[in-house]
Design a protein around this ligand. Structure first.
Ligand SMILES: Nc1ncnc2c1ncn2[C@@H]1O[C@H](COP(=O)(O)OP(=O)(O)O)[C@@H](O)[C@H]1O
Ligand SMILES: [Mg+2]
Length: 212
């Protein structure tokens, strides 16, 4: 269980606090969907949860224990909005083996099956995959790392509708077993999701108003 308690993000370089007193609890089996307009602080929130940036005040607890930003890097797995900008491997296999050099072919195939990339050529360059496949690969890398909390920044952006629905279904499946937090500017795409819904507005998190 991940718990955010009154997290405030106020970088010295911002005129005022970007996020104020953000609190919620995220559990496996109950994904959290956070929506907000562009610039509302969605990516900043994920950066703070994952320890990439530091909160001004408040804390993040994992199973009741407060974690430093550094500790949060270990337990969280970020799937960036543009995964292709973050790939380091020259091939799919290399990308999967980052930090896990001895990862067996079997284990690679297993995780690829889990994210819906069954049968993909593992010598393909990650950049050559489609947008949906790149997201799946980025998720696979985080699953291999053993991330306890999956953080997804705009997972549907730039995907056409058929691919989008497949990615949404994969996320719903993963959310049964993992803590999963999605931020999006298009919450209407998640209409059929069973999840906690929140909205970021003026730096504050509030329950989602009724969908348009
Ligand atoms: N380190 C920072 N310094 C100054 N401003 C920041 C910093 N981090 C985020 N911001 C500001 O916070 C706001 C929210 O940004 P962001 O989290 O990227 O929003 P979103 O992902 O919802 O589009 C933006 O106005 C951005 O300029
Ligand atoms: Mg963003």
């Amino acid at each position: 269980m991940l718990e955010l308690q009154n997290l405030t993000y106020a970088p010295a370089t911002a005129a005022s606090a970007v996020l104020r007193d953000v609190s919620f609890v995220a559990r496996a089996g109950q994904p959290v969907l956070i929506s907000g307009a562009s610039g509302s602080g969605k990516t900043s929130l994920l950066d703070m949860i994952s320890g990439l940036s530091r909160e001004r005040s408040g804390q993040v607890l994992w199973n009741g224990e407060a974690l430093s930003p550094r500790q949060r890097r270990w337990i969280t797995g970020m799937v960036f909005q543009f995964p292709e900008r973050h790939f380091l491997g020259l091939t799919v296999a290399q990308e999967l083996r980052l930090g896990l050099r001895r990862l067996s072919t079997e284990a690679q195939e297993q995780v690829l099956n889990r994210v819906g990339l069954t049968g993909i050529d593992r010598s393909t360059q990650p950049e050559r995959l489609s947008g949906g496949q790149q997201r799946r690969l980025a998720i696979a890398v985080q699953l291999l790392r053993g991330a306890n909390v999956l953080l997804l920044d705009e997972p549907t952006a730039g995907l056409d509708w058929s691919v989008r629905d497949d990615v949404l279904q994969l996320l719903a499946e993963l959310a049964r077993e993992q803590v999963l937090i999605v931020v999006t500017h298009e919450p209407e795409l998640f209409k059929s999701w069973a999840c906690q819904r929140h909205q970021l507005k003026n730096g504050e998190l509030m329950p989602m108003s009724t969908l348009p």
